[in-house]
Design a binder for this molecule. Structure first.
Ligand code: F6P
Length: 475
């Protein structure tokens, strides 16, 4: 690879914002990468000139740095076996379930861990090549937890931040990890370690004290070499203004009308939009809706459910099982309670451009976001940002990070199917005045706490944080 570009501000994430995909027929094309991390960070980097280092989504392919949509992108290659062991294996077969309350059992394999270490080192090396002297490097998410310490060793002149987009597990669960100490030490290479939630930040500091043995005080870790590491919570958000602008576009409004017409213009359109992931609570939510129809609490003429499930991690076993389960469940409900011309659940296993998502948000009377555990859930915030008319209702799991902020949502415990049924009915039956009161206050919150505010609060704290203490550490 030729010399990469250099930049004073560098984002390092497992994925680039675009993914290289092979189309049927063998042609390759670029498409927006899945997930909230990319949609949140892209506008941040577009506004702060810098470079984005990440994998381009295809195995065994070395690509030169390139510019896309005004962004300087630096691809990191992964071999076939690294995709299996680092990405599908350790990242998504070990860390993902462990960090999400073990809703699926995590697997621990030594070869996966070795690949994780090797690939983290490659990302760190790339960042060391790209970052200008004294620059800022912002490392993202669970796939790259070792990068901060590796990078610090290579480039002690840098300011290094780390942000975890997913939950950080309670100490009791984290202890299962055979490489727990190495992961904590990896994160401690950063000057600032950010989490979605205050509780996660406290867990981290407690674990550092217990497992690594460093002194800590409140949100600060005192390292024996004189360095300070700060932990903190920075709940992520969205580019609220751009979503509202898209929602107000007459073309979006027209598409939303078409969608409602095509669905048979029912009284209530319920909507779910998720990556097809077992943490998202799809089974529970569809069962709740199916039961409401089957027992006659809602009429098939009155309500339909649209579930968009974006394909994700399709070669990982648990995702294959989930896909089959959801196919079966949707088929069963539609077969049991549907009739000619009336399909209760419209299930779309596909990803859609932002404009179509905005039209779906506009078409939906009730947005159903019911993860079993979720770091934040940006879909909930996107829905709110699109409801400039203050109409619509958000049904939100109390186990999504977003529930801490969107307090006027209709809250559910997704494990409690009867409770979820009651809340769905409540949302459907609430008077318009009540729904608009709730939506107005959530919309105000999201527009004031947008992605720029999130990035600024993290980066200001990173720039301003003390990085060293005197020879005698405080308590
Ligand atoms: O925010 C969680 C996250 O895992 C991101 O790190 C990731 O880019 C996104 O979800 C989508 O997952 P994947 O990159 O595995 O497709």
């Amino acid at each position: 690879m030729s010399n990469p570009p250099t930049a004073a501000f560098v984002v390092v994430a497992n994925r680039l914002p675009v993914d290289r995909v092979t189309l049927p027929g063998g042609r390759t094309a670029w498409r927006t990468s899945p997930g909230g991390l990319v949609s949140a960070l892209k506008p941040v980097l577009q506004r702060n000139e810098g470079a984005w280092i990440g994998w381009h989504g295809a195995p065994a392919e070395e690509l030169e740095p390139f510019v896309d949509d005004g962004l300087e992108l630096v691809p990191v290659p992964l071999t076939h076996s690294e995709v299996e062991e680092y990405y599908e294996g350790f990242s998504n077969g070990t860390l993902w379930p462990l960090y999400h309350d073990v809703v699926a059992p995590p697997e621990f394999h030594r070869e996966w861990w070795e690949a994780y270490v090797r690939v983290n080192r490659r990302f760190a090396q790339r960042a060391a090549d790209v970052a200008e002297r004294g620059g800022v490097v912002w490392v993202q998410d669970y796939q790259l937890q070792l990068v901060p310490a590796m990078l610090r060793e290579m480039r002690p002149d840098l300011r290094i931040g780390f942000f975890l987009h997913i939950p950080f597990p309670p100490t009791e669960l984290f202890q299962q990890m055979p490489w727990r100490r190495q992961i904590l030490e990896g994160l401690l290479g950063a000057d600032l370690v950010g989490f979605q939630h205050q509780g996660a930040s406290q867990n981290f500091v407690r674990l550092v004290r217990q497992r690594v043995g460093h002194k800590t005080h409140r949100d600060t870790v005192y390292l024996p070499d004189g360095r300070l590491v700060t932990a903190g919570s920075f709940p992520i958000s969205i580019d609220a203004e751009s979503f509202e602008k898209l929602a107000r576009d007459p073309a979006t409004e027209q598409r939303a009308d078409e969608i409602r017409e095509e669905l048979g213009a029912p009284k209530h359109v319920l909507l779910g939009i998720d990556r097809l992931d077992y943490t998202k609570g799809l089974r529970q939510r569809l069962r709740a809706f199916g039961e409401l129809l089957a027992e006659g609490s809602i009429d098939l003429d009155d309500a339909v459910f649209v579930q968009v499930a974006t394909p994700s991690r399709e070669r990982v076993d648990q995702y294959k099982v989930l896909r089959d389960d959801i196919d079966r469940l949707v088929g069963r409900i539609n077969g049991d309670v549907g009739r000619i011309g009336r399909v209760p659940i419209t299930y779309l296993h596909s990803s859609y451009p932002k404009a179509e998502m905005a039209a779906l948000y506009r078409a939906a009377d009730i947005m159903v976001v019911t993860p079993l555990r979720d770091g934040m859930n940006l879909v909930a915030k996107e829905y709110v940002a699109c409801r400039y008319d203050d109409q619509g209702a958000l049904v939100l799991s109390e186990f999504a990070g977003a529930a801490d902020e969107l307090k006027q949502a209709y809250r559910v415990n997704p494990y409690d199917i009867n409770g979820m049924k009651a809340t769905l009915l409540q949302a459907m039956e609430s008077p318009d005045r009540e729904k608009s009161r709730r939506m107005r206050s959530m919309r105000k919150y999201v527009s004031e706490h947008d992605i720029d505010r999130w990035a600024k609060s993290f980066l200001d704290r990173l720039a301003g944080s003390e990085t060293h203490h005197d020879k005698h550490p405080r308590p």
